[in-house]
Write a protein that binds this ligand. Structure first.
Ligand code: BG6
Length: 479
């Protein structure tokens, strides 16, 4: 039975994620009485602060990022906070943190949202100061390395202090309600699963489009690029949830066993099965925006867009392409999965001149949360000029279907699971490594063929070769 943490230690407590997501999520959970009554939150970072400073910092962040109707919970929440200044590179500084945390047998959840270069010294410090004992678990924010080798290195360092059942690797997409809903759609309905295979599905499209550019993350993003920033983690997790076999139950081992099988079945890309791009100056929502190189202040070969034709080599998905695309400075913010079914084997209406369009299931993840199934229907009338058919949508809008139910942000769910010790929505080491293996092979292909990102105008759907990538197969992207 997983232990309940009564202490939560936040590394990087004065950082951007803490301010925008972590503190507001924790306070929202507190407002609903969902955190353990005795929960103490110990913030730590290198900057010199005392408890009162940190509470002021938190109060300001909560004032800004917490929904109005939760603000009454702020004073009670602030009482839970304390702060310890800590240079994670100094192992001698950790005993002071351990003293602040107090009895570690109470159950300690540690959350690391710091620069990856600090992971190893932090683990060493936690270990040396007794904070990595059997009643401690650790949550790790991305990026966990930049390749299989570097991620294995970090994973080894963490594994030296924490067993795998106490390591919680975060992919915040798994905390999104609509992403979890994918599992409900597939496995709580009898309708889709019998058709969910290569006999009935023509192809799958997964799009994660963003309108934002570099957002001041120059140092990080230029060393990462779209493939490592978005595909390696979020998009491959979406792909795994779409493609996995039904797990026997909704628990951490069963779900993750099925996901890793998919990730290991990803075929290495052949030449021409991916396209990369980098945005140039253009316009987003009518406002002019600079190009990537301009934002960066220098020329760069980093890709801000990638489109891939992926294949899963197993029985279920034989011959079904999974088209993935993601990019910055695209025309709209949209995360969406499209399941394109095959046409009916024979149209009884063909002689009447009617055309049938194959069914399509569109799963909108953000910003629109909806599920839409296109079906063919007959146009009302006496059909004197022949039967006419038209595609009509069966539409479920999640906000309408569940009006009145509070919408949680991803970190609320993930932090609560970290405190309670449920690993189902966290990524296991073998998954991360299978993801990296595939991504490393793609990058090796780029190096080998000298593939360079093609320019695209900010506000467009990426380079024209991304359109050609699918059009060769008679497919169009669902824009
Ligand atoms: C992060 C990436 O993991 O996900 C960012 O580092 C990206 O570059 C972000 O903008 C997108 O997350 P969301 O939840 O806004 O889709």
């Amino acid at each position: 039975m997983a232990f309940l943490a009564e202490k939560l230690v936040l590394f990087g407590a004065t950082g951007d994620l803490s301010q925008r997501m972590l503190l507001p999520s924790l306070c929202a959970l507190d407002a609903d009485g969902l955190v353990p009554p005795n929960l103490q939150i110990i913030g730590t970072a290198r900057s010199e602060h005392d408890d009162a400073d940190f509470r002021r910092f938190a109060a300001e962040a909560l004032g800004r990022y917490l929904p109005e109707d939760r603000k009454a919970a702020i004073p009670g929440f602030l009482d839970r906070l304390t702060y310890q200044t800590l240079d994670a590179n100094d192992v001698g500084a950790f005993p002071a943190l351990a003293a602040k945390v107090g009895a570690a047998d109470k159950g300690v959840a540690i959350f690391l949202s710091t620069a990856p270069s600090l992971f190893e010294p932090t683990i060493a410090g936690l270990s040396a100061s007794g904070l990595a004992g059997p009643n401690s678990r650790i949550g790790l924010e991305k990026p966990l390395g930049t390749s299989l080798e570097t991620s294995a290195h970090i994973n080894d360092a963490v594994a030296a202090a924490f067993s795998e059942d106490r390591i919680f690797r975060i992919d915040h997409y798994l905390g999104k309600e609509t992403v979890q809903n994918l599992l409900a759609l597939r496995f709580a309905n009898v309708l889709f699963e019998p058709l969910w295979n290569s006999s009935h599905i023509d192809h799958v499209q997964i799009t994660v489009a963003e309108t934002v550019g570099l957002e001041g993350r120059v140092g990080f993003y230029d060393g990462a690029g779209a493939l490592r920033d978005m595909v390696q983690n979020h998009m491959l997790q979406l792909l795994a949830l779409v493609a996995m076999e039904p797990p026997a139950s909704f628990d951490a081992t069963a779900v993750r066993d099925e996901k890793v099988k998919v990730l290991r079945s990803l075929r290495h890309l052949a030449a021409g099965e991916n396209v990369t791009g980098q945005y140039g100056a253009g316009a987003i929502n009518g406002s002019a925006v600079p190009g990537y190189a301009e934002e960066l202040g220098q020329a760069s070969q980093t890709e801000t867009f990638v489109a891939i034709k992926a294949h899963i080599d197993n029985w279920r998905w034989k011959g079904v392409p999974f088209y993935l695309r993601t990019g910055k400075r695209l025309p709209e913010r949209k995360t969406e999965i499209v399941i394109q079914f095959k046409p009916v084997p024979h149209s009884i209406f063909a002689r009447q001149g009617a055309t049938t369009e194959p069914n399509r299931l569109i799963i909108g993840i953000q910003p629109q949360e909806n599920i839409r199934l296109s079906v063919m229907a007959k146009l009302p009338g006496l059909d004197r000029g022949g039967v006419r058919l038209r595609e009509v949508p069966l539409d479920i809008s999640m906000p309408n279907a569940f009006a009145g139910v509070r919408k949680r942000i991803a970190y609320e769910r993930l932090l609560l699971d970290l405190i309670e010790g449920d690993q189902t929505l966290f990524v296991r080491r073998d998954e991360v490594e299978a993801q990296w293996q595939w991504v490393d092979a793609i990058r090796a292909g780029w190096a080998e063929t000298g593939l360079e990102p093609k320019a695209y105008t900010a506000g467009s759907w990426g380079p024209s070769s991304a359109i050609a990538l699918v059009e060769r197969d008679g497919v169009t992207w669902h824009d």
